[in-house]
Design a protein around this ligand. Structure first.
Ligand code: PLP
Length: 248
């Protein structure tokens, strides 16, 4: 972000950050959401904090904030609370061709209380990550995520490991690993299937797997281990014991 911010300053550009699953994380001791001109977070069901659907937009620019508030709800210049409160005037105006991108108030009511717990949720996930590193570090063919920052500055949104068939003891690959975990009633997931393998992008741009050897290498091997703040001690132990049983 330091070099991106410097470049943006030189060229007089604005920075909009997709920080969808980076709540709450830090960069150089600054909370994500306070660095770029605008930062977007997602509160979708699988994120570090959820309101079911919706998200959060952060900026310290009053002009941008005003524009976002207008554009998120039909380009109307006053929101519904403002208009329908007792004593308020019924008058309103459409000042721009806006969207219907508002977060429902019911979801927001959940979010206000979730926000108070985000650091607690993060600490719980960090602890799971720590135990994964301690317990799964020495398994041939299992590559754990490389750490680029302090563990406390990481969101631990998902825990993606790579299964390298050429190096596992049993010659097991990612797909068989997932099957074995499923048999033991453990949910895993693949984050993510690359865009060039999605029908629309493949057809529209004529993309072929051999054009993206690095993405292919990772895609064939990646699998996400369970990682959620409500994970119990027993569940964590069971996952670790199962991974060892399958790969050792
Ligand atoms: C989840 C996610 C999104 C999408 O967020 P929505 O709230 O579903 O629109 C975008 N970018 C990243 C990096 C994400 O993880």
């Amino acid at each position: 972000m330091d070099s991106i911010c410097a470049l943006a300053k030189d060229l007089n550009l604005k920075i909009m950050e997709d920080a969808a699953h980076a709540l709450p994380t830090r960069y150089n001791d600054k909370l994500i959401g306070t660095i770029g001109d605008v930062t977007c977070f997602s509160f979708y069901a699988n994120k570090t904090m959820t309101t079911g659907e919706g998200g959060m937009f952060c900026t310290d620019d009053d002009e941008i904030a005003k524009r976002v508030k207008v554009m998120r709800l039909h380009g109307i210049n006053r929101d519904v609370w403002d208009r329908f409160s007792t004593g308020a005037s019924w008058e309103y105006d459409v000042v721009a061709p806006g969207f219907k991108y508002n977060m429902p108030d019911i979801n927001a009511a959940l979010g206000i209380h979730q926000l108070k717990k985000i650091e607690l949720f993060r600490e719980k996930r960090e602890r799971i990550a720590k135990i994964y590193y301690e317990e799964l570090g020495e398994i041939p063919g299992l590559i754990l995520p490389r750490l680029y920052c302090d563990m406390k500055d990481h969101s631990w949104y998902i825990f993606v490991v790579l299964i390298d068939r050429d190096k596992t003891k049993s010659g097991i690959g990612r797909n068989e690993f997932i099957d074995e975990m499923t048999k033991r009633n453990i949910g895993t997931s693949v984050h993510y299937k690359p865009l060039h393998r999605m029908t629309y992008y493949r057809e529209k741009y004529g993309l072929k797997p051999e054009m993206f050897p690095n993405a292919e290498w990772v895609f064939e091997r990646c699998v996400s281990l369970p990682m959620f703040s409500a994970m119990t001690e027993n569940q964590l132990e069971y996952v670790i014991a199962s991974v060892k049983k399958i790969l050792l």
